[in-house]
Write a protein that binds this ligand. Sequence first.
Ligand SMILES: NC(=O)C1=CN([C@@H]2O[C@H](COP(=O)(O)OP(=O)(O)OC[C@H]3O[C@@H](n4cnc5c(N)ncnc54)[C@H](OP(=O)(O)O)[C@@H]3O)[C@@H](O)[C@H]2O)C=CC1
Ligand SMILES: CC(C)(CO)C(=O)C(=O)O
Length: 314
Amino acid sequence: MKILFLGAGAVGGYFGGRLIEAGGDVTFQVRAGRAQQLAARGLVIKSPLGDANIRAKTIAQAGGEAFDLVVVACKAYDLGQAIEAVAPHVAKGAVLLPLLNGMRHNDDLRNRFGSDALIGGMCQIEATLSPEGDVLHKSKFARMVFGPFEDFPADVRRQQVLSTLAELGAKASFTSVLQDPVDQALWDKWVMIGTLAGITTLMRGAVGDVLAAREGHELIEEMLHEAIAVATESGYPPRADYLASVRQLLLSPGSTFMASMLRDIERGNPAEADHIIGDMYRRAHDFGHDASLLRIAYCALQTYEARRVRGGLS
Ligand SMILES: NC(=O)C1=CN([C@@H]2O[C@H](COP(=O)(O)OP(=O)(O)OC[C@H]3O[C@@H](n4cnc5c(N)ncnc54)[C@H](OP(=O)(O)O)[C@@H]3O)[C@@H](O)[C@H]2O)C=CC1
Ligand SMILES: CC(C)(CO)C(=O)C(=O)O
């Protein structure tokens, strides 16, 4: 199976690199700056699961080659361009697997390419790119979940892609899970990341820092409650055992766990505010919920973005 990763950032670089190690035929579609880094240094992964320096095949844009699977691994604010970049691959028969946090990108991709071009996915990893472009994997967990959507079961082509990816993933240095249907896993992840990103960007600290504050524990619980309410109204209430694991992550005193969105803000980069927090707040609002913490977190993120865009950060 020929696999293309659109983007070789923290997520694309990690999972794409690990699939190459497992014997996968993987190419990265990258822009000029990232292409130069990969040519100069190789695809470098620094990870508690094992360091690697991988020779990565790259292309600048869609050309003659056809791919069976295109993994979309960009940030949400780049999705518009990414959609145009992957369109020629879809026209040649590729199936798309987005690994972005949030949910709305699935609708965007489905509206543009149709349901039969899409499988669902998400990943759990704490990773970032160093200034030199090395993938820095910070915790031991690395998990990719993929599968067909509940309302659109896999046809023969997507089933073939899913099972080949599962076989390859089983040999790779991450946990690979084929989940049919995939929807609950995507909602569960959004509940967790919506709460984590909301609270850590609002308070500008890791989970343990927030918990050190007098109202910290209560506010984390309140934001989690708002996110759970959106998932529940949407038909995907998180299971009790999943919520127990989320509470363990979000309520561990002293924990340095934080959302990648906070790291983006600390570097003065754009944040996926609208996609991860704004979309959740809007859905809460449409369901008639108050969701006052999501509302404030979204407002804080929009304030950051306005200041960033006017050059007011330094
Ligand atoms: N980092 C993490 O720990 C986790 C992230 N996620 C989610 O995964 C998604 C990706 O995040 P992450 O990997 O951290 O982000 P990064 O910023 O590290 O990587 C995104 C990459 O996409 C590339 N890209 C964007 N548009 C294009 C394009 N049109 N053509 C080619 N390359 C493109 C960027 O390239 P360029 O360098 O040229 O800008 C960049 O290298 C996000 O939705 C995030 O929320 C999910 C779980 C964990
Ligand atoms: C919380 C985490 C690290 C889990 O995968 C994540 O998705 C993110 O910060 O973007």
